[in-house]
Design a binder for this molecule. Sequence first.
Ligand code: AMP
Length: 149
Amino acid sequence: MISIEHKDFLETSIENFIIPSEKIAHVQTTNTIEHALLLLTKSGYSAIPVLDTDYHLKGLISSQMITDSILGLEKIEFGRLDEKKVEDVMDKDIPHLKMTDQFQYALNLLVDHPFLCVMSREGYFQGLMTRRVMLKQLQRHIHMQVQRS
Ligand code: AMP
């Protein structure tokens, strides 16, 4: 049986734990993949959100998606980096969270994803919930449980 303490943890709202959109590196759908690769490489992030000019969430792009898209038969065709747009290469089919979601839902998705985008009902990008943030909260919760026992 699940204890009240665990239930409280699992039912915590994600709202206070997201990294807000102003702090998130992103690219736009019409940027070249060269621009996206530069940003990914300089920031050191594995993937970043793709937004349109109105700040709607459109997908995610990673360095791996970019290199994969310029892979020729025998070499990487770097010359194609300024030909392709982010929207041609990005992953459009991504899971996302709503501000009102609880830890339980986020935790299940974060098993398979290092971070999740948070999106409003109208499709606006609001921020990220990362696996690191979730693990820190889980670690804190476990420490508190151990101290109480
Ligand atoms: P972290 O938990 O900080 O290791 O972040 C995990 C992943 O979340 C990173 O590799 C990025 O793909 C994404 N991420 C975290 N913070 C940011 C940010 N400020 N801007 C863009 N992407 C981010």
